[in-house]
Design a protein around this ligand. Structure first.
Ligand code: UDP
Length: 332
C-alpha cells in the first residue's frame, strides 16, 4: 500500500464464499472492513471466523434496500467499495430470480452511490456468465457474449450485464472510479456444502456416501480457479492504476470437462465410480468456458498459482473437516 492509511473497505457479500476470504485478506492489508451481507447464502461459520478479526465489523443488511446508517455514517472514511453481493450458484440465484435481478441492479446502484458520496473506488464482481453460452473460445473481454435474455439464467447474466453498464456509466460521468472483474468458476474452502455448484456438489456427495451427480454427459467444460488466486486478483485489480473503463477477466485458464473433474474427485476421495449418476443438463447450461486472461496478466501481472490438483486436495480436506461437524453435515 501507499503511505496513507488504507481506510475502510466496504465488502458487500463479505460473509459469502469469496467475500469471506476477501475480508480476511483486506484486514491483513491493514483495512478496516465493513462487511455488509444479508446472510441469504453465507455459511454461518464464515461469519464466526470473520467476527474475530481486528478492525472487522459486520452489518446485516440487504443491498436491495437503502444502505443502513451503520454504512452511510462511515462514508467519509470509506476508500474502497467491493460488490460481491449476489447468490452465484444457478440453483440459488434461480430460487428467487426477482431478488437476484434487483441485487445486481438496485443493489449495485446503492453501492455506486456510496462510492460516489465517499469518493471511494468501486469494484464490481461481474461474471463469466456475461458471455453466456460462448461462440468464441476462450473468452476475451472484447467478446460480447451469447446470452439468452428469456431463460432461467437471465436474472443473473442480464442482471450482471446491467450492473456492468451502470458501473461504467458512473465512471464515464466522473461519479466514481471503478473496476470491473469478470469472475470465472471459483472453488475452495468456505463454499457452502449446499451451494449447488459442481465442485462443492461432487466433493460433498463423494464424502457423504450418496449419489454423485453429473449433469448431461459430462462433456461440457469449465475452468476452475482456486479462491486464494481469485482474491489476490481482485485486490490487484482494485489497487491497480489501470484505466477502469475495461472489464478484466479473472479465472484459471486450465479447462477440463465436468466428467474429468468428477474423475479427479473420485480419485481424491476414494469414492466408488458406480455411485456416479447422470442427470439432465440444466436449460442454457454453457457448453464450454475458459477465460482469456491476457489482460489481467498484462495489466496486473496476475496469473493463477494454485493448480487444480493442489486446490482440489485442499478443498476436499476442508470439506472433510466441515462435514464432520453436525451443523454443516445436516445441510447437504
Ligand atoms: N454440474 C454437474 N453436477 C452438479 C452441479 C453442476 O454436472 O452437481 C454441471 C453444470 O451443469 C455445469 C457445470 O457442472 O455444466 C458447472 O456448474 P456450476 O453450477 O458449478 O457453475 P456454472 O458454470 O454452470 O455457473
Amino acid at each position: 500500500m501507499s503511505d496513507h492509511q488504507p481506510g475502510v473497505a466496504v465488502v458487500a457479500g463479505g460473509a459469502g464464499f469469496i467475500g469471506s476470504h476477501l475480508c480476511q485478506a483486506l484486514v491483513a492489508r491493514g483495512h478496516e472492513v465493513l462487511c455488509v451481507d444479508n446472510l441469504q447464502t453465507a455459511r454461518p461459520s464464515n461469519l464466526q471466523t470473520l467476527e474475530g478479526l481486528p478492525g472487522f465489523t459486520f452489518v446485516e443488511a440487504d443491498i436491495v434496500r437503502p444502505l443502513p446508517e451503520a454504512v452511510l455514517g462511515a462514508a467519509e472514511r470509506v476508500t474502497r467499495v467491493y460488490n460481491l453481493a449476489c447468490a452465484a450458484s444457478p440453483p440459488q440465484y434461480q430460487a428467487d430470480p426477482e431478488h437476484t435481478m434487483l441485487t445486481n441492479v438496485v443493489g449495485t446502484h446503492h453501492l455506486l452511490r456510496l462510492a460516489e458520496r465517499a469518493g471511494a473506488r468501486f469494484l464490481l464482481t461481474s461474471t463469466s456468465e456475461v458471455y453466456g453460452d460462448p461462440e468464441v473460445h476462450p473468452q476475451p473481454e472484447g467478446y460480447r457474449g451469447w446470452v439468452s435474455c428469456t431463460g432461467p439464467r437471465a436474472c443473473y447474466d442480464e442482471g450482471k450485464r446491467a450492473a456492468e453498464a451502470m458501473t461504467f456509466d458512473y465512471a464515464r460521468m466522473g461519479r466514481a472510479e471503478v473496476r470491473v472483474a469478470r469472475i470465472f468458476n471459483t472453488y475452495g474452502p468456505n463454499m457452502s456444502p449446499d451451494d449447488g455448484r459442481v465442485v462443492s456438489n461432487l466433493i460433498c456427495q463423494a464424502l457423504a456416501d450418496c449419489e454423485i451427480t453429473v449433469f448431461g454427459d459430462g462433456s461440457q467444460t469449465r475452468s476452475f480457479c482456486y479462491v486464494d488466486d481469485m482474491v489476490r486478483g481482485l485486490i490487484a485489480l482494485m489497487e491497480s492504476d489501470i484505466d477502469g473503463l475495461e472489464p478484466v477477466n479473472l479465472g484459471n485458464p486450465v479447462e477440463l470437462t465436468v466428467g474429468d473433474l468428477c474423475d479427479r474427485v473420485l480419485a481424491l476421495t476414494g469414492a466408488d465410480a458406480r455411485r456416479v449418476v447422470f442427470k439432465p443438463l440444466p436449460t442454457d447450461d454453457p457448453r464450454r468456458r475458459r477465460p482469456d486472461i491476457g489482460r489481467a496478466r498484462d495489466l496486473l501481472g496476475w496469473t493463477p498459482r494454485v493448480g487444480l490438483e493442489e486446490g482440489l486436495a485442499a478443498t476436499c480436506e476442508w470439506f472433510g473437516r466441515e462435514l464432520a461437524t453436525p451443523v454443516e453435515a445436516a445441510r447437504v
